[in-house]
Every structure is written in structure tokens, then in C-alpha cells.
Ligand binder design. Structure first.
Ligand SMILES: [Zn+2]
Length: 180
């Protein structure tokens, strides 16, 4: 799914959660950040190549919005880092391991990880075999589930319509609660 929709879904989630248990501003920001991060981190090697070597901004921006088979050419090291960072950030085993390590360190679940998890779960079903199927079981396999590509026009319209409806419901229910 696109990064804006990922962040909005996470925002809807933290809004609901916040009504049940008060969340600090830091927790909310970290949750939204982790919901967006998986689609940003793999751009870092390309940005480094642009900033510190002979890469171009056109390649960076072209990569960010590329469709399969139309990606700009990248040096092998950039390609390798970018690919594996993308896999790592979309991997349920990696996210599970991180959640476990953080839980062992804190003896409590760290709520912002829900942002990351939401990104992975949503992406598994909103990518298709033809549109960057998500390597959800990386590093065991890079094969992914054949879902509905989020770029499909009817899906995109219904996704944002659903988000707008949820947003309106959240605002209205807040107003009603405040008016009591
Ligand atoms: Zn993603």
C-alpha cells in the first residue's frame, strides 16, 4: 500500500487504542513512524549513492515510484542493500524477532511495533504476484502472496473512501463524547 495510506491506517489504529489506554505523544509518533518506515528505509542506500557517489536524484525518485521492470539502473551494491533492507522491513520473522527481543528487554510489548506489524500485514494482501509480492517470510523465502495490487484504481478509491469514512466516524464520535 502507499505510504500515506499506511500512515493513515496506523493513525486510525492509535486513535482507537488511545481511547482505551492513554498513549504518550512519543508512542503515537513512533507508531506512525514505524508504519511508514518499511517503505522508506530501502531508499537510504540509493540516497547515499546520490549524495556521496555518482548517483542521481532522478534515479532515487524514479525508484520510489517505479513499476516492476521499469526501475532505474542501480550499481550492484546499492541494489543489494536496497533489496535486502526492503525484505527485512517486510518480513514477519524479522519483525517477530525484534518484538521478542524488545519484549525481553522491557518485559512488556512495545506498542509502536504495531505500526510496523500493520505495515507488513496490510502489504501482504495489497501486493500481487505482478506487483512486488511482499517477501513476508524472508529470509526463508522471498516468495510472496498474490493479493490485490494497491495501485489498482478501484482498490485505491475504496481504500481512501474507507479511510475517510473511518476518519469522519472518529471525529464525530469524539465530538459526541466531548459534548456529553
Ligand atoms: Zn511496504
Amino acid at each position: 500500500m502507499d505510504i500515506v495510506a499506511h500512515t493513515l491506517w496506523a493513525a486510525a489504529g492509535v486513535t482507537l487504542l488511545h481511547r482505551r489506554q492513554a498513549l504518550s505523544r512519543r508512542t503515537v509518533v513512533a507508531t506512525l513512524g514505524l508504519a511508514a518506515l518499511p517503505d522508506v528505509l530501502h531508499l537510504v542506500p540509493i540516497a547515499m549513492w546520490w549524495l556521496f557517489a555518482d548517483g542521481t536524484f532522478a534515479a532515487l525518485s524514479g525508484y520510489a515510484i517505479a513499476v516492476p521492470g521499469q526501475e532505474p539502473g542501480l550499481p550492484p551494491w546499492v541494489q543489494l542493500w536496497s533489496h535486502h533492507l526492503h525484505c527485512v522491513m517486510h518480513s514477519a520473522p524479522v519483525a517477530g524477532l525484534v518484538a521478542l527481543i524488545v519484549w525481553l528487554a522491557r518485559r512488556a510489548f512495545w506498542i509502536p511495533l504495531l505500526g510496523w506489524w500493520s505495515h507488513i500485514v496490510i502489504d501482504v494482501f495489497t501486493h500481487s504476484a505482478d506487483y512486488y509480492a511482499v517477501p513476508v517470510l524472508y529470509p526463508f523465502t522471498e516468495r510472496g502472496f498474490d493479493g490485490i495490487a494497491w495501485t489498482t484504481p478501484w482498490f485505491m478509491v475504496s481504500n481512501y473512501a474507507t479511510l475517510a469514512t473511518i476518519g469522519a466516524c472518529l471525529v464525530l464520535s469524539r465530538r459526541r463524547a466531548n459534548g456529553r
